[in-house]
Design a protein around this ligand. Sequence first.
Ligand SMILES: [Zn+2]
Ligand SMILES: [Zn+2]
Length: 182
Amino acid sequence: MIERNQPPATGDEGGLVYGQNPDHQRPDWDEYFLQVMDTVATRANCDRGRAASVIVKDKRIIATGYVGAPAGLPSCDEVGHLIKVAYDERGGQHKHCVRTTHAEANAIAQAAKHGTAIDGATIYIRMTPCLDCTKLLINAGIKRIVCRKRYHADHDSIDMLTQAGIDLVVMSQEQLTYDQMA
Ligand SMILES: [Zn+2]
Ligand SMILES: [Zn+2]
């Protein structure tokens, strides 16, 4: 008869109880949700920035989003980018792909579509949010933002988040531009 939950008799258990594995490294909660965010990012469909977001409340994922064209419409990967040029106050030129909605906005839209309250939640994202997403996150009631890295033009966003009293955690001060995120 085979006993359940009994180890195979190896004769070399090394003093450990069967199933005991003190060397296994568990990620902490923030790293865990960032790793989920990395997986969500594989669904993004614009190679100028395959970003994603995961909204979490009480250690439970309640919404996800990734950079992409509106649902049912052709994506950048299929038909190419829809590029618009913007000029900054110093005359600098910046190209943006406007076909897509950002990951943070898509997660908020998903929550709205399904009637999920995100007030007081945490959002996990790849880099500090752009100004438009920053304003959306503040108004949606997000209280904590965890990012892997910095977006190179995030100073206005950080100012607003600070004024709004939102807890911003940036894991690495390394800066990314959208083109580095393909
Ligand atoms: Zn694009
Ligand atoms: Zn954004």
